[in-house]
Design a binder for this molecule. Sequence first.
Ligand code: 3NM
Length: 267
Amino acid sequence: MGLFSREHPEECQFRRRAHLLLRQRPQNKKRGGTAAYPSFYAPPKKGKQLIKGIYVITDSDLAFGRGHLDITHAALSGGASIIQLRDKTAPDEELLPIAVDMQRLCREAGALFIVNDRVEVALQMGADGIHVGQSDRPAGELRRLFKGKILGVSTGTEEEARAAALAGADYVGVGPVYDTSTKKDAGPALCGEDIERVKNAGGGLPVVAIGGISEENLAEVASLGVESAAVISAVVLSPNMEEATRRLVQIWNNGYSPRRLGAEDVD
Ligand code: 3NM
């Protein structure tokens, strides 16, 4: 289903409700509905302004033997603005020196370096930021640990986006915007309207769209008015990761459309 598809709104709602039920956890219920007008309208911090462009996540499981550093090097040469180290299996001791080298490469390229979930790794090597999902350590706790650093939180519902903003996140990941097989528990793709609602619930926080983004649909993603698009397979499955990133960057830079989601409903 495309983001702008309005052919089957009832199917969209059904899929969304089913997914919500699956994701509902006790702490979500508690967080929901608190502070209707939280104070997240403060001027953006510097970190927030840096969330833009193509965001490449280094998942080396899919990369045909190429490691985090290979992916980082290629993605930065291709013009990625943000690199995230994501590794669900390697021990922290193994990831730490890799993260140090990745951040060095990012610094040289003027890109941001974010660590997914590995709090100790990110703290020890002083990463630019940390990114967590809904089942990782709570964003509020991480906000206190990562003062002055970038905090990103994956969200898929309005409630999650509002909670992330309240906890002091610097950006929200919103997805999956398309179906993806890279993250098994990502759930069904959100509809365009859902994405817009999650975006609004983030109260103006930068939005990083994620999930199933490719060269074919990136212009459509850009037209949603999100700040950044995060990819794994669109880069790491490519035989030439640098070229793949460069093409994404070109599409992103050229791909903005004046159309915003729902524009046809406005007049
Ligand atoms: N998070 P690909 S989807 C890591 O929806 C991740 O929060 C998602 O990989 C979310 O670009 C996803 O290959 C996988 O689809 C993104």
